[in-house]
Design a protein around this ligand. Structure first.
Ligand SMILES: Nc1ncnc2c1ncn2[C@@H]1O[C@H](COP(=O)(O)OP(=O)(O)OP(=O)(O)O)[C@@H](O)[C@H]1O
Length: 232
């Protein structure tokens, strides 16, 4: 079970705007590990998530290979995108429990630190931090072999983010291949949860390695990301 991009180049032409957003990207996401994908805004992280989950926009032309071994799950950047608008979060999570029969709603919500009261609400009536955790619960209920998470803790306070990351680490330890897009480098450095970190800049892979390797890299562009963090 794994996901892989081989020399993936993606060119987007919307009619009003055209550019190459990914250039010859090689990326391997192995089973049992967390691969963290970091980089500044607009550098191509979400486009990689789209490529790995079959969500490239219609305006995109891709060359290269997208290789997926197993089922793929996705935690979108906006948690609300994981839900249909007109059913309560609980009804939708319960449906996932019935269909996949892997995790229970209670287990998934506990792992995602999603509070019980918010489940009774429609997705749009959840706060940003609540619906983000609901999206994590929804992904776990599907129990995918490969999980692509686009900023799963970006709306959360530090303590809750740590709890969600701990659950993602446990999910990887159960054998799943995880790619997690994040800006939370201090958390990566403090926990050591990511087996590998990949840095993307202007649609190209700039560097890949462990947090310790990257924080002491020769390239100052790579070291910049780790400037205020120290390896554990
Ligand atoms: N659906 C889309 N259609 C056309 N272009 C897009 C689309 N989504 C993203 N882009 C463009 O692709 C490039 C890469 O964007 P992407 O969303 O992958 O960045 P990102 O690294 O995830 O940024 P952020 O950290 O801000 O989420 C940007 O120039 C962006 O404007």
């Amino acid at each position: 079970m794994s996901a892989e991009l081989r020399s993936l180049t993606v060119y987007v032409d919307t009619g009003r705007w055209a550019d190459t957003v990914l250039t010859e990207v090689d990326l391997y996401v192995p089973a049992g590990q967390i691969t963290a994908l970091i980089g500044g805004p607009g550098e191509g992280k979400t486009m990689i998530a789209y490529a790995l989950t079959g969500r490239l926009p219609d305006s995109a032309q891709a060359t290269g290979d997208i290789l997926i071994d197993g089922t793929v799950g996705y935690i979108p950047q906006e948690g609300i995108d994981a839900f249909a608008p007109d059913d309560t979060v609980f009804a939708q999570l319960d449906d996932l429990e019935q269909r996949h029969r892997s995790w229970t709603v209670t287990q998934a919500c506990a792992a995602a630190h999603y509070p019980p009261d918010a489940r009774k609400l429609l997705p749009r009536n959840n706060s940003a931090g609540q619906i983000q955790r609901a999206a994590v619960a929804a992904a776990l209920l599907r129990s995918p072999d490969v999980l692509i998470a686009d900023g799963p803790t970006s709306s959360l306070d530090q303590g809750t983010a740590l709890g969600v990351w701990t659950s993602l680490r446990e999910y990887a330890d159960s054998g799943a291949a995880l790619l997690v897009i994040t800006h939370d480098i201090p958390l990566l450095m403090a926990t050591g949860y990511a087996d590998n970190v990949v840095v993307i800049e202007k649609g190209r892979i700039l560097a890949a390695g462990t947090t310790s390797e990257l924080s002491t890299a020769h390239d100052p562009r790579v070291r910049t990301y780790f400037r205020n963090s120290r390896p554990d």
